[in-house]
Design a protein around this ligand. Sequence first.
Ligand SMILES: [Zn+2]
Length: 104
Amino acid sequence: MTGDGRDHDHFIEELPDLATGLLGGRERAALLDHVHGCERCADELDQLMTAADILVHLAAEVDPPVGFESRVMARIPVRDPGPGAVTDGDAVRSSWALQLLLLP
Ligand SMILES: [Zn+2]
């Protein structure tokens, strides 16, 4: 498929996931196959990968301010866990913090 049509519309929406390494397996292979034949997607992917590289460098160079982690942890609500749930506040906060770290 070339740069037009349904495939293009579908694939171009997946380009950010490819650029950030979130796409794998068959989806990644199919998208790469499309990109090789589609100039618009190739250009878009090139721009996205450049932006992703810049963000990775910025994130690696900037340390959070002193006390950032403790302020974040203090703002994370400790909800009523309900029966059978983890009741330790630190564990609940750690779970929230882990989810924050895993956000794309
Ligand atoms: Zn395309």
